[in-house]
Ligand binder design. Structure first.
Ligand code: SF4
Length: 238
């Protein structure tokens, strides 16, 4: 618990620094376990960091239920950013509802319409954004720093849980009775859109259930990519 207490202290200090020095800042929550840790810290401390999620139109009912759990626990409404209906209609009409299974390009185009474009709107006008990403989550996140220069969005990106382990996340949640997505108890360590997420077997990589039909090196949705390519984002501070 000593290591966890130290991580909690550092994470709270990072969030306080973001609120103080990088206002206005926003937290992009995917409503997964890590994001609930950050949500709990922001809302319990009353920090002026707005929280939003990308409501892609393809989320699990269990994920949408987390919005109600947050409202009941913290009396807070997470802001919802949805894709532009005309872009979704055009994609579905031209390619089919589930064309993301056909190729990496089709999958990235769906993510671009349902996630990347709404993310751009959600981040506009802010100095910094916060994520719940952890270094240990996958090979694509091995270089993750607590603070990064996000050139694609022209702002600073913070990953305050970068050095947290999965056990830390669950110790924090259980200790603080923090609400969480019921899918985590059914073999889903990482949760995205319903058609693109499956449960994983014990011992599998925590992100093995995301876009499982693709190569592990291509498994990011574009939210943390620059110009459509996975890049190592420059760290500007520890
Ligand atoms: S995760 Fe799947 S359904 Fe969701 S936006 Fe990406 S390709 Fe589309």
């Amino acid at each position: 618990m000593t290591d966890l207490n130290a991580r909690i202290g550092e994470t709270r200090a990072t969030l306080e620094r973001i609120a103080r020095d990088f206002s206005p800042a926003v937290f992009a929550s995917s409503l997964a376990a890590e994001d609930m840790v950050v949500t709990d810290m922001i809302l319990k401390a009353g920090l002026p960091i707005a929280i939003f999620t990308l409501e892609t139109g393809r989320l699990h009912q269990e994920t949408l239920a987390v919005l109600k759990q947050i409202k009941a626990t913290y009396d807070y409404d997470i802001a919802l950013y949805r894709p532009r209906p005309e872009l979704v209609d055009e994609y579905v009409t031209r390619n089919g509802l589930n064309a993301f299974y056909d190729s990496v390009e089709m999958r990235r185009e769906c993510c671009r319409i349902r996630k990347v474009e709404p993310l751009g709107r959600a981040l506009a006008g802010h100095k910094a954004w916060v994520t719940g990403q952890r270094r240990a989550q996958s090979t694509t996140r091995a270089e993750l720093a607590v603070q990064e220069d996000d050139a694609a969005h022209g702002m600073v990106k913070f990953n305050p849980l970068a050095d947290w382990l999965e056990a830390d996340v669950w110790d924090y949640i259980r200790e603080g009775a923090v609400p969480y997505n019921a899918l985590h108890d059914r073999g889903y360590p990482s949760i995205g859109c319903e058609p693109c997420t499956r449960a994983v077997q014990p011992g599998e990589d925590v992100r093995a259930g995301r876009w499982w039909w693709e190569n592990p090196d291509s498994k990011e949705c574009g939210l943390h990519l620059v110009d459509g390519k996975l890049v190592r984002i420059k760290s500007v501070a520890a």
